[in-house]
Ligand binder design. Sequence first.
Ligand code: SAH
Ligand code: SF4
Length: 375
Amino acid sequence: MDSSVLKLDTSKQNIYSLSLTELQEVCKKPYQAKQIYHWLYVRYEKDFAKMSNLPKDFRERLQLEYSAQNLELLTQEVSQDGTRKYLFQTRDNHTFESVCIKMRDKKLDENSKIIEGEKYTFCISSQIGCKVGCAFCSTAKGGFVRDLTSGEIVEQVLNLKKYNNLAPEKRVNIVYMGMGEPLNNFDNLIHAIKILSTLDGLSISPKRQTISTSGISPRIHDLGKQNLGVQLAISLHAVDDTLRSKLIPMNKTYNIQSVIDAVRAFPIDTRKRVMFEYLVIKDVNDDIASAKKLLKLLNGIKAKVNLILFNPHSGTKFQRPEESKVRVFADFLTNKGLLTTIRESKGIDISAACGQLREKTRSRQGQGQNVSYET
Ligand code: SAH
Ligand code: SF4
């Protein structure tokens, strides 16, 4: 990792914020934009000087005006289960985290032989902090700092591919389930999704990108109108408005019915389903009466339910539910024909699991290179 040599230059424009069309406007010849995209996203090259098929004077101009190193990697933690958490620092000295989850994967080849491989999912942040303020979430505790730019969103993905030595053609999945509420950073998110899916670049199909939202109904409608082909995940967590408003204060403005209406209007690929995330909290929403209401609420929607066991973090009064109780909840829904899975908590030992990410304060002591962790 070369983070020690990295100098973050705030006067330059982040090259990863540019779509291919925008880059073509910068280049004298449009094919040069494709060449730059190839260097950046296929060769993972960050040094313009090394882009040897571009004219020297053009490389110098790029170097003066643009930067391909806008995030500094401060630390990397590896969980016992192989999950990796990366702490990045932005050019304006804020920190945020991204997580790479590696899972075993089995596929059938053309002779129906099982090939074992690995599947990578990147959990990407969309904001530093979050304005939504959910009662159970560690990110909410740090308050809201700022939106990530589209370039910062793209660079996270690129860096995670590079750090994990993934071949350019290796498919990865993206879930916008890191820090922040993606639909509160709508324009940057959409722009980033378009850049990430560009065929001459990282080529990550929108079908492999899942936006998880706490349910900002008007923005779900807006997202649907974009017709990008992205997957939608709704953080529902409660089946009645009183409880949901306690867990997600924004529910007072955009209640459960408004979220369900927005989902019904959302264009869904015929082979796909909308994911409803249901955070199971001990003695709060883990009873069968809630499961029954959930079933009723999702009636007629192409839905799948993903049960997330509450991941504890400091300063929370909520508790992780008993696994047997969650199993009963899941079995009830499955037996009634609702596709239901229980999310495996990855990276819990390094606080990389859902809801455990938050901004870290940088030590003001010493050379300022140490990172102190909030506990
Ligand atoms: N803001 C978006 C995406 C980021 S949060 C959203 O809320 O959907 C990603 C997921 O982590 C959400 O489903 C969220 O509810 C869940 N989450 C938050 N805190 C959690 C915790 N302490 N334990 C388990 N999951 C949590
Ligand atoms: Fe924000 Fe999502 Fe955390 Fe709620 S759960 S505070 S929306 S990041």
